[in-house]
Design a protein around this ligand. Sequence first.
Ligand code: AP5
Length: 212
Amino acid sequence: MNIVLLGPPGSGKGTQSRFIVNRYRLNLVSLGLILHKKSLEKNSSYNLINNYIKTGNLVNNKIIYNNLKNYFLNNNSLIGYIFDGFPRNLEQAKFLKFININYVIEFVIPDRVLIKRLLGRRIHLKSGRIYHLKYNPPKVKDLDDITGEKLVFRKDDNLRVINNRLKIYKDELFKLKNFFKIYNFKKNNGYYIIDACKNINDIYTNIISIIG
Ligand code: AP5
């Protein structure tokens, strides 16, 4: 089974994809997480990727494909994949022609709600575990529940960059929706829209009711 989660920044894709991975034993494909980790490494791609992330612009497709290729070489799954925030544009969507996508789930949420979420987000960088100061706090303030290591801000979680990320998402969404409108889904599979304003558990229940 292969699932795509589409949604603006802060809509909860990362949070939900981790639950879904655990429940269905899918492999998580999160280019955001891969790129954030790369942006911390001091190698040749560091500056380039870091510049994209810091401004909120989409990383160019060539870098995305190389990272995807590497990911699939090292993370082969017989059960399937969940794509968190991929594809981001039409060019990337064409890659999915080689994969049978069962479900696309679009998260819909007003800007003011997601901005509150992003400004209160903290993450554990090594694992990608996601917290929120108020809505999903760690057991001990500012520390990761599992390792006890310090939680950090994401460098792209500030208002100026959030606005750019949002604009890019909205610009590409229409084209992506058109792509999936004519996508050849199998019977009982398809494109679903969910209300991402609900609390984390209700959204999870909603997603499970779709996937089964
Ligand atoms: P990426 O890391 O994928 O960022 P994003 O798509 O902007 O999404 P976010 O991770 O910000 O939000 P989310 O929807 O996962 O929300 P989360 O669950 O964390 O990408 C970062 C950058 O990498 C991009 O800008 C781009 O530069 C590059 N990139 C990535 N993929 C790319 C691609 N394919 N092509 C080109 N470039 C690419 O939740 C947010 C907060 O809300 C958390 O604090 C969480 O605890 C809280 N929360 C979650 N759900 C709820 C809820 N229901 N109620 C209350 N709080 C909640």
